[in-house]
Design a protein around this ligand. Structure first.
Ligand SMILES: [Fe+2]
Length: 261
């Protein structure tokens, strides 16, 4: 049986249950997406949350998320994004990646979690130490591997978002090219579905559980797609299947004319 991993990203939660991000009540949309992700005949084997977990930097936002994830009974892994507070993540969430690089097992697969955040910045980067440690890990660990981080390490064709990706993402891509066990690099931050092949692996972005950004837009623009998540099926022989699932419909309308958030 493949290992079924669900990626939930950029929930932008608030302490206030009715807190909104440009017209979307983020706790409500997160609950809807989580319910959809858990609705199959068997629950996923693990959940992966790839950052921008709480928007207002409050303990109450992280406490809600920690309790909600625990209540699913599903193992979960969390990495931070540009909107997160590492100390609050560590205090309130289980399975926060300890430090800039961490290794987790997903059945026959490895999951490597990278912290790409830079304090006080919307963009990201990886330190020389992180890249050195990653190279060492990939030399030592040969199981099929997923790498997850918040920021996108490649341009996605949307100028405003591409200015705030991983500044040295090309170094990560080059490093992974030399390691055939890397099957995919997963990221959040872009609030949209994205999939591209780079050499032997996939580059995969995912919709946010709240607000969606319009693909290909040169400046900030909101998309009409519903909130959603990405699912991955990881086969023991290294094959990977993936799809994006979205809410069939979502009742709240985002503020389409907003110029940023
Ligand atoms: Fe975000």
């Amino acid at each position: 049986m493949p290992f079924r991993l669900v990626q939930l990203t950029d929930p932008h939660l608030f302490a206030d249950p009715s807190g909104q991000l440009l017209g979307i009540t983020t706790r409500r949309s997160f609950e809807s997406v989580l319910t959809l992700a858990l609705s199959g005949s068997t629950p996923p084997d693990a959940l992966l949350l790839t950052g921008d977990l709480v928007h207002d930097e409050t303990p109450a936002g992280y406490r809600y998320l920690g309790e909600r994830l625990r209540r699913t009974g599903v193992p979960h892994f969390c990495i931070g994004g540009n909107h997160d507070v590492p100390a609050l993540m560590t205090e309130h969430l289980d399975s926060v990646a300890p430090g800039p690089l961490a290794l987790r097992r997903l059945g026959h697969w490895n999951l490597i979690l990278l912290d790409s955040s830079i304090p006080e910045s919307d963009g990201g980067s990886l330190t020389p130490t992180q890249l050195t440690q990653l190279a060492q890990l990939l030399d030592d660990e040969r199981a099929p591997t997923l790498i997850a981080l918040h920021h996108h390490p490649t341009a996605i064709g949307s100028a405003w978002i591409d200015r705030i990706g991983v500044a040295n993402g090309a170094e990560l891509l080059a490093l992974c090219e030399g390691h055939a066990q890397v099957k995919a690099i997963l990221f959040g931050h872009i609030h949209q579905d994205f999939s591209a092949r780079h050499g032997g692996y996939l580059l995969l972005g995912a919709p946010s559980t709240c607000l969606q950004f319009r693909p290909g837009s040169p400046e900030f623009a909101i998309d009409a797609c519903s909130p959603g998540y990405r699912e991955l099926r990881l086969h023991p022989d290294g094959r990977l299947e993936t799809r994006v699932a979205r809410l069939e419909q979502y009742s709240e309308m985002p503020l389409y004319l907003a110029g940023g958030y």
